[in-house]
Design a protein around this ligand. Structure first.
Ligand code: PMM
Length: 296
């Protein structure tokens, strides 16, 4: 797939009609909802990252803290112990690595170990030092919509207009982060699917994704294996387990093409790559139904 988007430390332009980039998830945690414990040793996590890259992931997102609802935070030393060898090994073979952390100290150490992006699910809110670290490094920064730590975030899932409020709160973060010295063109927005959101909020946000894209910055979408996808078609019944949500995830990845997102963050790269390729031919490639002359 050819993509005019740049990776690494460069500008992160969003130039439809290219298909979204794929960010493969490398969770080095014992307790993530989606794959907890599966890649917990550095060796297993590194091998998994290499496999995702071989399958077509453009970026690898390495995280050492589970953010599932109700999760307790690991000590910073433990988070560093989990992620650093994995970041270093993947960066050393040329992978573009993002570090998924809310801690400035972890971000800084991961950048020194070769990470090229910082992905902060709190958008810089959890750690007042984060903006300074990212500004000084000059790297792209994923700013996710966030209202509080996992332990009680679902109590904050109260909105009159979830799409409008997410857009306003993300815009406030952009203003604060640029005031703190991060260049606007380094910022990537993320609506924070599943973070302080009910299933109904997640669906509403997906339907209104175009409004987040219209804020004018690249958008990352993270729906992968989240509970609301498992509950579809199971009214009142038991949701599908996390490992059986990849088809549903791939559908949302295809939808992301029509919404114009910059990248999708997924656990299963193979199914999303297929979905993106098909969706791209249908809606975004030159000559496709949805492509205009200007975009081709
Ligand atoms: N979701 C999770 C973790 N990190 N980062 C971003 N930017 N966006 C997300 O939606 C997101 C994230 C939770 O999923 P996981 O525990 O399976 O990694």
């Amino acid at each position: 797939m050819s993509s005019p988007w740049t990776l690494g430390g460069g500008r992160v332009g969003c130039l439809p009609p290219a298909a979204p980039l794929i960010m493969g998830v490398v969770n080095v945690t014992p307790d993530s909802f989606s794959d907890g414990g599966e890649w917990f040793t550095p060796e297993a996590a590194i091998a998994h990252g290499l496999e995702l890259r071989a399958q077509g992931a453009h970026l690898l997102d390495v995280g050492g803290e589970s953010t599932r609802p109700g999760a307790e935070r690991p000590p910073v030393a433990e988070e560093l112990r989990r992620v650093l060898p994995v970041v270093r090994a993947l960066a050393d073979v040329g992978a573009v690595v993002s570090i998924d952390t809310m801690r400035a100290e972890v971000a800084q150490a991961a950048l020194a170990a070769g990470a090229a992006y910082v992905n902060d699910v709190s958008g810089g809110l959890a750690d007042p030092e984060m903006a300074g670290v990212v500004a000084a490094a000059g790297v792209p920064f994923v700013v996710m919509h966030w209202r509080g730590h996992s332990v009680d975030m679902q109590r904050k899932a109260v909105y009159a207009d979830v799409v409008g409020e997410v857009c306003v709160e993300l815009t406030e973060r952009v203003e604060a982060l640029t005031a703190a010295g991060i260049a606007r063109e380094r910022l990537i927005l993320d609506p924070g699917i599943g973070f302080a959101k009910t299933a109904a909020h997640n669906w509403e946000l997906l339907r209104g994704l175009g409004q987040v894209v219209a804020l004018g910055l690249p958008v990352l979408l993270g729906t992968s294996r989240k509970a609301f996808l498992g509950a579809v078609g199971r009214a009142g019944g038991v949701p599908r387990p996390a490992l059986e949500r990849d088809v549903a995830t791939a559908v949302t990845s295809a939808y992301a093409v029509s919404a114009g997102v910059w990248a999708v963050r997924v656990h299963d790269v193979v199914s999303t790559r297929d979905a993106l390729d098909v969706a791209h031919e249908l809606w975004a490639a030159p000559g496709a139904a949805g492509a205009t002359k200007e975009r081709a």
